[in-house]
Design a protein around this ligand. Sequence first.
Ligand SMILES: N[C@@H](CCC(=O)N[C@@H](CS)C(=O)NCC(=O)O)C(=O)O
Length: 211
Amino acid sequence: MSLTFYDYTPAPSPRRARIFLHEKGIELETVQIDMTAGEQLGEAFRAISPTCTLPALRLEDDTVLTENAGITAWAEAYQPNPPLLGTTPTEKGLVATWNARSEFEGLFAIAETLRNSSKGMKDRATTGPVNYAQIPQLAERGRTRLGHYFDTLNARLEGRDFVALDDFSLADITALVAVDFAKWVRVEPSEAHANIKRWHATVSARPSAKA
Ligand SMILES: N[C@@H](CCC(=O)N[C@@H](CS)C(=O)NCC(=O)O)C(=O)O
């Protein structure tokens, strides 16, 4: 049986996994789950992934992984080259640290802004099967946090080609997706973020960025 990747191409979380799997050269069959039609909440997809979120990856033995964390851990073990989670203990620690920072300070801040302000996401302030009401103050706070994330990322990239290591890693994937996702809430790197712009041009030119 082949690997099945449950995707919704425009969404940021499946994009993170798509880039990682493309860098690894792992062949997949892809099934699109239309989030604009709410297909992720329907019975058929819920039976595959009770978290009702994308991405999900069905393995050859029918195991379903429903988190980027799970998909990347599996893929690094399944296809160790090129290594994307670091090789030495220190490198592994750095990749995990900068990946977590881009998730928490970047992606979560953007999601908080979008999901607590968008009319189309009324009562969908979080992902998953349970509905939660929007809290407009969280949208404001998310936007402020996002500004700080851009400052942090720009400072980290001073004199560096990549976010965590001397080579491309998962930390670059998560930061790339965060910077592109920020456009959804009309935030882009400013004049003060020249390091982000330089790095963004380099990582966006990789074929995987278009996967
Ligand atoms: N923790 C998950 C998050 C996945 C996630 O939030 N996916 C979003 C798309 S970017 C989703 O499925 N949203 C469904 C919804 O809004 O109902 C991961 O990192 O893979």
